[in-house]
Write a protein that binds this ligand. Structure first.
Ligand code: MG
Length: 293
């Protein structure tokens, strides 16, 4: 891309100091205000052209939104509040200013929805495809981070929304469940939580492995998204299989000893002392997640 410094200067002009951002992008490092009561949570997530999006189909704005939202969804999984993010982007040579700006604005738009400023980053162009990476900082803000390892046998297992078929478009555009996660964590005893990025079967397996428990799921309780039914018609795989195994729903899966009734929250089963995941009493192998665009 011609004039990378122009792009960097353009980004710097988008910055402003506000709230907890004492010094935004522009110096060698940004400076954030940090309450001594807060734990700092950190995560990084990248998206790669041809793996997580297709630059021939998806706009740079959509791509920017996705990479930021994936990170925000990790904040939801831990029930923390996003406090800021830094972005690192490898641009395809010759993609142009407008493309790079739209990518940034997509990230910015997604971050702004949660008061999460982009406070720094790095950019370069190369002969390869687009790769965009975001590192996010979260603050605990009064809620102990929810880990994957706290589930106990007998806890209820919940999800926050309908699953499956995200490849039809939702994987590019989803709402991180931060507000819901924090409301749940304030009102109930959440023992383990994860955001569903690899598919319910795999992500629940992460909780089970970390917690040393198993799970009994009931197929008639799994919420199946309309997209899963649409995809089932197209590819002949049952909609339930899509709901169980498709990736990138970015709903939350969590466990709690509490009987929770909240709009949108669905109880799908219960954790067990036997270390396997069963569906209607049958062992459920986690299908290998393959993201095909
Ligand atoms: Mg995650």
């Amino acid at each position: 891309m011609a004039g990378e410094f122009d792009f960097i200067h353009w980004i710097q002009r988008q910055q402003q100091a506000d709230g907890n951002v004492i010094l935004p992008a522009g110096d060698d490092m940004a400076v954030l205000r940090w309450s001594s009561a807060d734990l700092l949570l950190v995560a990084v997530d990248q998206v790669i052209d041809g793996v997580h999006f297709d630059s021939a189909i998806h706009s740079p704005r959509q791509i920017g939104r996705k990479v930021m939202n994936r990170n925000l969804s990790d904040c939801a999984a831990m029930a923390c509040l996003p406090a800021g993010a830094v972005a690192c982007v490898a641009l395809p040579r010759g993609c142009g200013h407008e493309y790079a700006q739209a990518l940034y604005l997509g990230m910015r738009e997604a971050g702004d929805a949660f008061d999460c400023a982009i406070v720094g980053g790095d950019t370069g162009s190369w002969p390869g495809k687009l790769v965009a990476s975001v590192t996010i900082f979260g603050r605990s803000a009064g809620i102990e981070p929810i880990k994957r390892s706290g589930a106990r046998a007998g806890d209820w297992i919940y999800v926050t929304g309908a699953l499956g078929g995200s490849i039809l478009g939702r994987h590019m555009d989803f709402v991180p469940r931060i507000a819901l996660a924090r409301a749940l964590a304030q009102a109930h005893r959440l023992t383990a939580m994860i955001d569903i990025s690899d598919g319910l079967s795999r992500d629940l397996a992460h909780i089970c492995r970390a917690s040393g428990v198993g799970a009994d799921l009931q197929s008639d309780r799994i919420p199946i998204h309309d997209d899963a039914w649409t995809l089932a018609v197209k590819d002949g795989r049952p909609a339930l299989q899509h709901a169980l195994h498709d990736g990138e729903d970015h709903e939350l899966c969590f466990t709690s000893p509490d009987a929770i009734t909240m709009p949108g929250i669905v109880r799908i089963g219960q954790t067990t002392a036997q270390r396997e995941i069963r569906l209607d009493g049958q062992s459920l192998p986690a299908a290998a997640w393959e993201h095909t665009l």
